[in-house]
Design a binder for this molecule. Structure first.
Ligand code: FDP
Length: 340
């Protein structure tokens, strides 16, 4: 190994170092965001370890089941939720938390309150847990609006107001992808160090991709533009090669592949679910934020996804996100439908 490569290998950019570097660009910063992020990172490491042990420790199974030692076992998504709620509250930097697992938002008690609102899905893709397929945590961070007590409206802001968003994928490696609003960076957990190391600096999604990702089992209920787009992917009329279909059924894994390889991920509306399936606050917004920051686009079928203003914390929306040119084609099909 030459000197330059060796120097690189020993000069580790951990996620904390990266965020501290970013913080130093804002002299007014008091380090609150860095502290909040370190608590999110702790939650991700805990869930990663629990997911890795799931098969062995019999952590999977119904909530409330007992294991061979007679101990109460928690379902992984219930456990992950508890871990994140506790980590976020104890950071002292949060005021409102919205989790996929909890029907109501959590308002942090005044003595532990900070200025950040965190929306998250502690363990997304949970139907994949039992077969060992990649799953993940998704999060988005808002700042409370100025003045007064924290209110639900503080988290019912459009996605474009997010300060940061990211996900952690628990797969063949544990990868945390983060954007604080100036590009997207990916960090991989080095289990021997217990640290996330910058492995994917400044991720840019290819302008056009060769993959589409959708649950085609819903095709009979799709609207016209979605059906036309998928038909185009399979039978292009412009002489271009057909796209490949990849669908894991775990949003973090499907979006991660889309971000790195390009293409589109879609969960459209259909006759049975006119608002689609995915949740605006902690699935659609964070992933759309990352896509735009990586040079791609995210569209709901009606508008830019990040312009949506949610009315309820668990609201759903159709979503088409990925490579710029591919989403542009989908937008054109919806625009043509509107003209009819
Ligand atoms: P899951 O139901 O396993 O929790 O929103 C949850 C989600 O997974 C996403 O991670 C995934 O993209 C989608 O649902 C898969 O839905 P379908 O099974 O309907 O394709």
């Amino acid at each position: 190994m030459d000197h330059a490569a060796e120097a690189h290998r020993t000069d580790l950019m951990t996620i904390t170092r990266y965020v501290l570097n970013e913080q130093s660009k804002h002299p007014e910063s008091r380090g609150d965001f860095t502290i909040l992020l370190s608590h999110i990172v702790l939650g991700c490491k805990f869930v990663c370890s629990a997911v890795n042990k799931a098969g062995l420790a019999k952590l999977i199974g119904l909530a409330g089941e007992t294991n061979v030692q007679g101990e109460e076992q928690k379902k992984l998504d219930v456990l992950s939720n508890e871990v994140f709620i506790k980590a976020l509250v104890s950071s002292g930097r949060t005021c409102i938390l919205v989790s996929e697992e909890d029907e109501e938002a959590t308002f942090v008690e005044p003595s532990k309150r900070g200025r950040y609102c965190v929306v998250f899905d502690p363990l997304d893709g949970s139907s994949n847990i039992d077969c060992g397929v990649s799953i993940g945590t998704i999060f988005g961070i808002y700042m409370i609006k100025e003045g007064g007590e924290p209110k639900l409206e503080d988290v019912l802001q459009p996605g474009k107001n997010m300060l940061a968003a990211g996900y952690c994928m628990y797969g063949s490696s544990c990868t945390l992808v983060l954007s604080t609003g100036s590009g997207v960076n990916g960090f991989t957990l080095d289990p021997s160090l217990g640290e996330f190391i910058l492995t994917h600096p400044d991720i840019k999604i290819p302008k056009k991709g060769k993959i589409y990702s959708v649950n085609e089992g819903n095709a009979k209920n799709w609207d016209g533009p979605t059906a036309k787009y998928v038909e185009k992917c399979k039978f292009p009329k412009d002489g271009s090669p057909a796209k490949s279909l990849r669908y894991i059924g775990s949003m973090v894994a499907d979006v991660h592949r889309t971000l790195l390889y390009g293409g589109v991920f879609l969960y459209p509306a259909d006759k049975k679910s006119p608002n689609g399936k995915l949740r605006v606050l902690y699935e659609v917004f964070p992933m759309s934020f990352l896509m735009e920051q990586a040079g791609g686009q995210a569209f709901t079928g009606k508008q830019r996804a990040l312009d949506l203003v949610p009315k309820k914390i668990h609201e759903r929306s159709p979503i088409f996100l990925g490579s710029y040119d591919d989403v542009e084609e989908i937008k054109a099909l919806y625009a043509a439908e509107e003209q009819k």
